[in-house]
Design a binder for this molecule. Structure first.
Ligand SMILES: Cc1cc2nc3c(=O)[nH]c(=O)nc-3n(C[C@H](O)[C@H](O)[C@H](O)COP(=O)(O)O)c2cc1C
Length: 368
């Protein structure tokens, strides 16, 4: 049959992955208004359990981190209980699943946050070019976030740690810290959104401190084998831009993350979505300094993915939109079958339409 490096097994820390095809984290906004997962989410992830590893949609580690409507959280018991059927469904199908912990920081609107929560960020700089959808009033300008005090920072770190413990209680195989795409961790890393003059700002060490403290404490709480991180070096999203000295920053982070023993770095490249091309040398530089498992992602198809893995750019490859529209993506790639196109209009709408109703290949007439 179809032999490809993509379909080989891979040892990721203590987990044996059945292939190297990873489902990329994708926000689908199918949780309820209180950020509690719904039963259709178990079906959605179960359908995609053919992936070597599923990384869930961005999930709020705290009320302050729940900046979008209907994204799930993992900060209270209702949410933990509601995630259990998801992890069980994926495990029953022989899959593995990490949860992505996404604190939205300044990319949030107060209308989307739970009662009493607030929009916080390293510095009080509103993301000028970014609007935010709210269920109540449609698209809204994002207000200026509250500048985090040292106490707020300590609290946010503790929230990640507690969320990671909650994730293990809910049955996840591990967590991915969302350090990419302009959310809280990247808001600290990037000098455009971090103008702090205390120990969490300024030079490389200062801007990296929040990310590294979150990583270190999460590792202490649940074990390095269960903690990965997503980074978007050179990326441009949510009012974050490439910056002078980004190599130095990301190479420093890669070395420190290696010392902490994180199980993987997941690199984002959104140039297929119209953002600037991420230099290949930057990805290679991070890979060489981290020395552990690297997941590459962004704009891949079966052939380009296999070719970049063969070339050693990364060890595993994540697919986003192809997985969204093709629950049986791995099987389709094995058979070189045609892929369904994703329906943009239903990316973030409630309900099963455009979520659990993408057709799978006919199995009854499968090749003999
Ligand atoms: C609907 C949608 C939601 C997304 N949500 C997230 C998210 O929650 N966290 C994240 O890190 N990336 C998110 N992404 C980015 C994807 O993980 C991925 O990097 C991107 O789609 C490029 O990969 P692709 O070309 O294979 O789709 C999202 C992408 C899409 C299309």
């Amino acid at each position: 049959m179809n032999k490809s490096i993509l379909f080989e097994t891979y040892q990721l820390g203590g987990l044996e992955l059945k292939n190297k095809v990873i489902m990329a984290p994708m926000t689908r906004s199918r949780a309820d208004q209180n950020h509690v997962p719904t039963s259709i989410m178990a079906k959605y992830y179960e359908q995609r359990a053919g992936a070597g590893l599923i990384i869930t949609e961005g999930t709020a580690p705290s009320p302050n981190g729940a900046g979008y409507p209907r994204i799930p959280g993992i900060y209270n018991q209702d949410q933990i209980e509601a995630w259990k059927p998801v992890t069980k469904a994926v495990h029953d199908k022989g899959g593995k699943i990490f949860i992505q912990l996404m604190h939205t920081g300044r990319i949030a609107h107060p209308l989307n946050l739970p009662e009493g929560a607030e929009v916080v960020a390293p510095s009080p700089i509103a993301p000028a070019s970014t609007e935010m959808y709210t269920d109540q009033e449609g698209s809204q300008k994002i207000p200026v976030a509250k500048e985090m005090t040292k106490k707020d920072i300590d609290q946010a770190i503790e929230e990640y740690v507690q969320a990671a413990k909650n994730a293990i209680e809910a049955g996840f195989d591990g967590v991915e810290l969302h350090g990419a795409n302009g959310y809280l961790i990247e808001q600290f890393i990037n000098p455009g959104s971090n103008r702090r003059t205390d120990e969490y700002g300024g030079a490389v060490e200062g801007r990296s401190k929040f990310a590294l403290e979150v990583a270190a404490k999460t590792v202490n709480a649940i074990g390095a084998d269960k903690v990965g991180i997503r980074l978007s070096p050179g990326g441009a999203f949510n009012d974050i831009n490439p910056f002078d000295g980004q190599e130095e920053t990301y190479y420093f982070l890669a070395k420190k993350l290696k010392e902490l023993g994180l199980v993987y770095i997941h690199l984002v490249d959104h140039s297929s979505m119209g953002t600037p091309v991420v230099p290949k040398e930057l990805k290679e530089g991070i890979r060489d300094r981290f020395e552990g498992t690297v997941i590459i992602s962004g704009g891949y198809d079966r052939n380009t993915a296999a070719s970049d893995l063969e070339d050693g750019l990364g060890h595993l490859v994540a697919f986003g939109r192809p997985f969204l529209a093709n629950p049986d993506l791995v099987e389709r790639m094995k058979q070189n079958a045609e892929l369904n196109d994703p329906d943009f209009d239903t990316f973030y709408t409630p309900g099963e339409k455009g979520y659990t109703d993408y057709p799978e290949l006919e199995t009854s007439s499968s090749v003999g």
